[in-house]
Design a protein. Structure first.
Length: 238
């Protein structure tokens, strides 16, 4: 008698955590492209839920209403590699209930709102299984705040990416200005410090260094240099 045995090949997971503008997104995308892996921006998934909250006229501070909204309507959050027609500087294409919201989720209002709602267990319990499932089925470079500690604690390579706060604020300010947002460096710096504090002091899934994470300080490094050292490390591991 013949038996067919399917063995699901274990995926290679690269998990990256770190504070705002440490370079996670652009680097992760570049590393993913060089290795042929999928880039997963979990921050974008949470941003979708902040946008969804706003679309439903619910205050970001209303934890119960947000939990009920997610439970009752289960919004669809999808990430994909930008197609030829979508290549407009975005790192990935983000869809909320089928609508392309890749840029709508990047405003300062959503940035502020998302750092409030990510403190809620109903919000985290909605995204964590989605992200974990993606990592099980494909080789990924996944970035966020608790990927190395909660979502993929057994990832093959765990990285904590950091940079000097002034340099991070400068990078973020430059990015916002290039998108035409009228905001001062000081305002960006203050908001970044505030968001870092909220992300690392929250009781649920705070941003912290995983025990065996590789600490990568990107101060003074170009994105290309950071991507190169990560790809070299992966090649060394294989
Ligand atoms: O990386 P980002 O700026 O797009 O993240 C948006 C917000 O979501 C930020 O306040 C941190 C939070 N976040 C989180 O709590 N967990 C993640 N895995 C990703 C982002």
């Amino acid at each position: 008698m013949w038996y067919d045995i399917w063995v699901m090949e274990k995926t290679f997971q690269i998990a990256i955590d770190g504070p705002v503008a440490a370079g996670k997104g652009t680097t992760a995308k570049m590393v993913a492209a060089r290795l042929g892996y999928l880039y997963v921006d979990t921050g974008a998934m949470y941003r979708c839920l902040a946008l969804y909250t706003k679309q439903n006229n619910i205050e970001f501070s209303d934890e119960q209403k947000i939990a009920k909204l997610l439970e009752e309507s289960s919004p669809k959050v999808e990430l994909s590699i930008p197609s030829e027609t979508e290549k407009d500087g975005r790192l990935c294409t983000v869809k909320l209930n089928g609508e392309d919201v890749s840029w709508q989720i990047r405003t300062e209002e959503i940035s502020s709102g998302v750092s409030v709602i990510t403190q809620y267990s109903g919000v985290r319990d909605y995204i964590t299984p989605l992200a974990r499932e993606i990592g099980k089925t494909q080789n990924v470079v996944m970035e966020g705040r608790e990927i190395t500690t909660v979502v993929l604690p057994d990832a093959d390579l765990k990285i904590y990416m950091d940079a000097d706060p002034k340099e991070r604020a400068m990078r973020r300010h430059r990015e916002l200005m290039s998108r035409g947002e009228d905001v001062t460096y000081q305002a960006v710096y203050d908001q970044l410090v505030e968001r870092d504090k909220r992300d690392s002091e929250r009781t649920i899934a705070p941003l912290k260094k995983a025990k065996n994470a590789w600490i990568l300080d990107t101060t003074g490094m170009t994105i290309d240099q950071v991507a190169q050292v990560i790809v070299a490390k992966v090649e060394e591991m294989k």
